[in-house]
Design a binder for this molecule. Structure first.
Ligand SMILES: C[C@@]1(CC(=O)O)c2cc3[nH]c(cc4nc(cc5[nH]c(cc(n2)[C@H]1CCC(=O)O)[C@@](C)(CC(=O)O)[C@@H]5CCC(=O)O)C(CC(=O)O)=C4CCC(=O)O)c(CCC(=O)O)c3CC(=O)O
Ligand SMILES: NC(=O)C1=CN([C@@H]2O[C@H](COP(=O)(O)OP(=O)(O)OC[C@H]3O[C@@H](n4cnc5c(N)ncnc54)[C@H](O)[C@@H]3O)[C@@H](O)[C@H]2O)C=CC1
Length: 210
């Protein structure tokens, strides 16, 4: 497994199947701001509502070869081996990334369990060995991660641009951030003393000498 975070903003993605597993995968794609089409003769209620609200496009039909044209990513959640195999073959011919939810050998990628807090994304995966453990760890860690780091991240992103403007080289910035993002600063962050933490980092940028 090689972890990558796909950037799917506005990209056309298709989920085949309209059951509860498809629903979870659709939600994850919408969170990633993809444009989602669902192909399935039947939808669970929540997906129907999403289709009525134009959050997704619904093609009410069984999958046919040719349906993948124009999509950049496919999730197959039909739970039926012959159809899954056909969809996998078609996706590979068209060189489109595919995930078949009940067959890891037919997956180019697997979905992790995730905690999203603003721009911060924390994921858990088990190489398909126990999705239940991924879920357990996600539930457990959700309590540890409220929005503290995400709020700090918004400020850090601005400070990072200031550091880029003031510190001449990438090496300088690497050295700078490894010492600037200290336990002392992060302790202030945990106490939500963002202004104080930001002040320390800004002073450090101003006084940095390579
Ligand atoms: C390979 C993978 C492919 C993929 O879907 O990408 C896959 C495959 C399969 N899942 C199955 C079952 C379950 N999946 C879950 C839950 C999740 N499954 C997710 C991901 C993945 N599941 C990928 C690997 C992830 C990893 O590496 O850990 C999560 C993390 C992400 C998400 O789906 O968004 C999400 C938790 C989200 C959350 O809550 O945070 C639960 C628990 C529950 O729902 O309570 C169960 C029942 C308990 C159990 O079996 O463990 C089955 C057997 C079906 C059967 O028995 O018929 C298969 C097929 C097989 O194993 O062959
Ligand atoms: N990866 C994961 O996270 C998990 C995977 N699974 C597996 O995922 C599969 C799907 O599970 P559910 O959503 O509960 O199943 P489901 O049976 O409720 O849903 C299947 C959906 O696919 C549609 N469908 C069937 N054939 C089709 C075709 N040829 N073209 C288009 N649509 C078609 C059906 O109308 C239905 O909406 C099962 O094999 C299940 O074991 C189960 C739990 C978690």
């Amino acid at each position: 497994m090689y972890p990558i975070n796909l950037i799917l903003d506005d990209k056309p993605c298709v989920v085949i199947g309209g059951g509860h597993v498809a629903l979870r995968k659709v939600k994850a794609l919408l969170e990633a701001k993809a444009k989602v089409t669902v192909i399935s003769p039947i939808l669970v209620n929540e997906l129907k509502v999403m289709a009525q609200n134009n959050q997704i496009i619904w093609l009410q039909k069984y999958y046919e070869t040719g349906d993948l044209n124009g999509f950049e990513l496919v999730i197959c959640a039909v739970g039926e081996d012959n159809a899954s195999q056909q969809i996998y073959t078609d996706a590979h011919k068209a060189r489109i990334l595919i995930n078949v939810v009940d067959k890891l050998p037919l997956c180019d990628f697997a979905l992790p369990a995730k905690i999203r807090r603003g721009n911060l994304l924390i994921t858990f995966s088990t190489n398909g060995k126990s999705p239940a453990l991924s879920r357990y760890l996600r539930c457990k860690m959700e309590k540890e991660f409220d929005d503290t780091y995400a709020l700090w991240l918004d400020r850090l992103s601005i400070l990072r641009n200031e550091a880029i403007a003031k510190l001449p080289t990438s090496d300088d910035r690497e050295i700078f951030w490894r010492s600037a993002l200290s336990d002392e600063v992060m302790e202030l962050v945990k106490q939500k003393k963002y202004d104080e933490a930001e002040g320390i980092i800004r002073d450090a940028i101003d006084s940095f000498r390579p």
